[in-house]
Every structure is written in structure tokens, then in C-alpha cells.
Design a protein around this ligand. Structure first.
Ligand code: RB5
Length: 145
């Protein structure tokens, strides 16, 4: 199960991504927002992050205007590694090297064609482990200090 959430800035792109996921048969849970009315991105970033951190969802996708605010909010939740990606190479590396568990996207910085490719890359790429697992472990040690 995938968690997905956005603010008003990401609402239209979220609708396109959810349609894309339905076409691919990928199950998701939508944590809002439910319209293009102005709202506050930390609420949705936290909701997606909590679902992933609790294990209710394996991975998440967060969208706001730039992807910056919602990724900052998601990364405040323990256990979350949210990666803001504007290209497929970054999405690939965020999975391979960083084991990113949330993809953040900027709806105002990306066309939807590229955004969907980034989503596919994020969902299809596995973590490489090895030396990268040590580094991800060091990130989580920061959370204990
Ligand atoms: C909302 O206007 C905008 O600030 C938000 O979508 C996002 O870009 C914040 O980082």
C-alpha cells in the first residue's frame, strides 16, 4: 500500500498520479487534501509520513507547489527519508543509495509526464544495501541523539 498526500498546490498532480496508479493496479491510500482550496502542507506531509513510519504503508508520495515544504515536514517524522526529486536519476539514486521511503514532488516545477516517470522510477527501484545501509543507519542514529 502506498500513501499519497498533497496540499492545494499539489492537488491536480495528485489526481493524475492516483489515476496512473489505478491504471497500473497499484493500491494507495489518499491522505488529502481533497480540493484545490488553500490549505497547509505540513498537515498532509505529516499524515503521509506517519502512515509510512507506522508501517501502515510501505512508501509514500507527497506533493506541494515546490515539494520543498512538504518534504521538510515529512522528514520531521522519525524513520522517514523523504527525497525531493525533480528528475529520474535522483529518484533512482534516492531508492538505491538512500532507501528513501517517501518521494516528494513539486507540482509547480514539473510537467505531469516527467512527474509520472519519476513516480515509476521511485516505485520500481530497490535499495542496494551494503555500504549504503551503514550510511542510512548513521542517519537514524542522528534521531537518537
Ligand atoms: C503553497 O502556496 C506553497 O507554499 C506550497 O505548495 C509549497 O510550495 C511549499 O513548500
Amino acid at each position: 500500500m502506498l500513501a499519497i498526500g498533497s496540499d492545494h498546490g499539489g492537488f491536480a498532480l495528485k489526481q493524475e498520479i492516483m489515476e496512473h496508479l489505478r491504471e497500473k493496479g497499484i493500491a494507495y491510500k489518499d491522505f488529502g487534501t481533497d480540493s484545490a482550496d488553500s490549505c497547509d502542507y505540513p498537515i498532509y506531509g505529516e499524515a503521509v509520513a506517519r502512515a509510512v513510519a507506522a508501517g501502515e504503508c510501505e512508501r509514500g508520495i507527497c506533493i506541494c507547489g515546490t515539494g520543498i515544504g512538504i518534504s521538510i515536514a515529512a522528514n520531521k517524522v522519525k524513520g522517514i527519508r523523504a527525497a525531493l526529486c525533480g528528475d529520474c536519476f535522483s529518484a533512482d539514486m534516492a531508492r538505491r543509495h538512500n532507501d528513501a521511503n517517501i518521494l516528494a514532488l513539486g507540482a509547480r516545477t514539473l510537467g505531469s509526464g516527467l512527474a509520472l516517470r519519476i513516480v515509476d522510477t521511485f516505485l520500481e527501484t530497490e535499495f542496494e544495501g551494503g555500504r549504503h545501509a551503514r550510511r542510512v543507519g548513521l542517519i537514524h542514529e542522528i534521531e537518537t541523539r
